[in-house]
Write a protein that binds this ligand. Structure first.
Ligand SMILES: NC(=O)C1=CN([C@@H]2O[C@H](COP(=O)(O)OP(=O)(O)OC[C@H]3O[C@@H](n4cnc5c(N)ncnc54)[C@H](O)[C@@H]3O)[C@@H](O)[C@H]2O)C=CC1
Ligand SMILES: C[C@H](O)[C@@H]1OC(=O)[C@H](O)[C@@H]1O
Length: 253
């Protein structure tokens, strides 16, 4: 049990990586509050799994693109669970589209959800941790895409580089408060975010062929690395970025 008695908050946890992180935290002894955007059934199912593990779970609806959601999520989580020990910034979108005719509203929405949302959520969680006075851990779900490009992801990859950079600067700003800030950089993980893109079986095979470990990732592959960074096992780790990509990034030839 790496998070026994801790309170963990996860954004975008009605599905995918966020959901796996939330349930993984509960499996490690944490009570968990999740933020979600619109999938009431997915959020309820996640809370039900947390509670089946004997922990308290709470789901709070809100669009992370709205700065007010961050204040609301932290305040209502504290109301329900008492405090915030760990904050996992996960919510994100990636509407694949070509560069030359990328609609301005797609760029704007992607920036607001992935980067502005991360900024205000991390800031609100950090303020709560500072108020509590005994440190904490923040883990952001960035991406291998913080380091490499994507033809149909010109609006998305800068947000993931931004989240990675946010963790580095926040690590400096919050170290004096005992708050650690790290990111995980997933490779290609099979979730709803890329279901349509990977319906192209040629592309899916190409992506899998790049992975030395021989397969694309599953949401649960991220739970362990996120829980590790959130836990006291990583007590001297801050400002770090952990690739969780089956080796895809280093596989040049
Ligand atoms: N699947 C992949 O290959 C990779 C995913 N990531 C990142 O992982 C994170 C999670 O994505 P996945 O689990 O893959 O996809 P997903 O589509 O299964 O999950 C995304 C989650 O974010 C939530 N969300 C979306 N917009 C939101 C909003 N405005 N407010 C609140 N919640 C919102 C969704 O409801 C959902 O729970 C994202 O930040 C994504 O960029 C990073 C690298 C690779
Ligand atoms: C959504 C993509 O399949 C996924 O998102 C990322 O951040 C990875 O780099 C993959 O491209």
């Amino acid at each position: 049990m790496l998070l026994e008695g801790k309170t963990v908050l996860v954004t975008g946890a009605s599905a995918g990586i966020g959901r796996a992180a939330a349930i993984g935290a509960a499996r490690h002894g944490a009570n968990v509050a999740i933020n979600y955007h619109s999938d009431d059934a997915g959020a309820a199912a996640c809370v039900a799994e947390i509670e089946a593990l004997g922990r308290t779970g709470v789901a709070i609806k809100g669009d992370v693109a709205d700065p007010a959601t961050a204040q609301d999520f932290i305040a209502r989580s504290v109301e329900a669970l008492g405090r915030v020990d760990v904050f996992v910034n996960n919510a994100g979108i990636c509407p694949f589209h070509a560069f030359l005719d990328m609609p301005a509203e797609t760029v704007d929405r992607t920036f607001r959800v992935n980067l502005h949302g991360a900024y205000y959520m991390v800031q609100a969680a950090a303020n709560q941790m500072v108020k509590q006075g005994d440190g904490g851990a923040i883990v952001a779900v960035s991406s291998i895409s913080a380091l490499v490009g994507g033809e149909y992801q010109t609006h998305y990859t800068p947000t993931k580089a931004g989240v990675h950079s946010l963790m580095q600067s926040a690590a400096i700003a919050l170290g004096k408060h005992g708050i650690r800030c790290n990111s995980v950089l997933p490779g290609t993980i099979l979730t709803d975010i890329n279901k349509d893109d990977l319906a192209d079986l040629d592309k899916r095979e190409r992506m899998a062929a790049r992975v030395p470990l021989g397969r694309l990732g599953k949401p649960d592959d991220l739970a362990g690395p996120i829980i590790f960074l959130a836990s006291d096992l990583a007590r001297y780790v801050t400002g770090a970025a952990l690739l969780v990509d089956g080796g895809a990034f280093v596989n040049l030839q």
